[in-house]
Ligand binder design. Structure first.
Ligand SMILES: [Zn+2]
Length: 323
């Protein structure tokens, strides 16, 4: 990994989704599987080291909901007499900072944990949070993927299962509604999107939507084809997020600055659709993957969206894979 890329990672926080991009950035070319594996091993350690030392930033939203940034994906916390409800768990090595942040929110115990999808930077923190005794709720595919070794081809990497106690204790297929702390939580499966396990979590009265990784605020998203994600599913999820919100909604993305809104989401959706159309057109002309990457179909978007860990070449490749 180049020093510049490492610095970008440090500045913006890590996610597991970054490893392939970093492997590309390291050499400017695709690595052999063995090289990628070695790079991924190093980056996993780097991600952990970074999460271990990154402080947690807290953003007070409304309706007793706060967002926490700094341990992998963005975490939302609803507090009240029924205890704390967490949406996502971050990475376990952040335990000291996250425990401090949770204590700063209030003395209530963690009684409910929800995972937006199976990825490490959203569910690895289950390993310590489960010790606090919460119900752990997720989509059925999240429990399925967290229960076994999962291979993500784009990283040439095998992710081990969580320990038994850290797995979701309750799962659903399509929708679930919870009442906690006087708040209605409406959970909904997107269908295949960023993975096949993504759910949205809406705090109804407060008009807050946590999108998981179906929305990356200000950067190209990773798309996990190994567990059912696709560019078209990602676009459908972005459309669903737009349909589910109005201009008054606070939108918490999976990655990027954790307080966003519908206009940011609209811009993200339009970027996905615009790049998909360009890549699709080039691929239909018969261009190879390398030729499509060389044609820079993302060029008009790179200044705004290409500065984080999914760089233009990797994002082009991810879109090409699905058109
Ligand atoms: Zn993810």
């Amino acid at each position: 990994m180049t020093p510049a890329r490492r610095q970008a990672l440090s500045r913006r926080g890590f996610c597991l989704c970054c490893m392939s991009a970093s492997a590309v950035a390291a050499t400017g070319a695709w690595l052999t599987p063995r090289q990628t594996f070695a790079e991924a091993q190093g980056i996993v350690e780097l991600i952990k080291a970074e999460a271990a030392r990154t402080p947690i930033a807290m953003y007070r939203l409304r309706g007793n909901v706060v967002a926490l940034e700094g341990s992998g994906g963005n975490i939302a916390v609803l507090t009240g007499r029924d205890g704390k409800v967490l949406v996502d768990a971050g990475i376990a090595v952040s335990r000291p900072q996250l425990a401090t942040a949770l204590a700063a929110i209030g003395p209530e115990p963690v009684t409910q944990l929800i995972n937006t999808h199976w990825h490490f930077d959203h569910a690895n923190g289950n390993e310590w949070l489960h010790e606090l005794g919460p119900e752990i709720l997720a989509h059925e595919n999240t429990r399925k993927h967290l229960s076994t070794m999962v291979r993500v081809e784009d990283w040439d990497y095998d992710f081990p299962p969580l320990s038994a106690g850290a797995l979701p204790t309750d799962v659903f297929a399509d929708e679930r509604v919870l009442k906690r702390n006087g708040t209605t939580l409406s959970l909904k499966h997107y269908g295949p999107a960023h993975t096949d396990s993504d759910i949205s979590v809406r705090f109804v009265e407060a008009d807050i939507l946590h999108t998981g990784d179906t929305y990356w605020n200000g950067s190209y998203p990773f798309i996990d084809y190994s567990t059912g994600g696709s560019i078209d599913g990602s676009i459908r999820a972005a459309d669903a997020n737009l349909a589910a919100t109005t201009d008054t909604a606070i939108i918490v993305p999976g990655h990027g600055p954790p307080v966003s809104n519908r206009s940011g989401l609209q811009e993200f959706r339009d970027m996905l659709v615009g790049i998909r159309a360009k890549v699709d057109s080039l691929k239909k002309q018969g261009l190879s993957l390398d030729a499509v990457v060389a044609a820079r179909p993302t060029a008009a978007y790179d200044a705004k969206w290409g500065q984080f860990v999914i760089d233009p070449a990797l994002f082009t490749r991810l879109v090409y894979e699905g058109v």
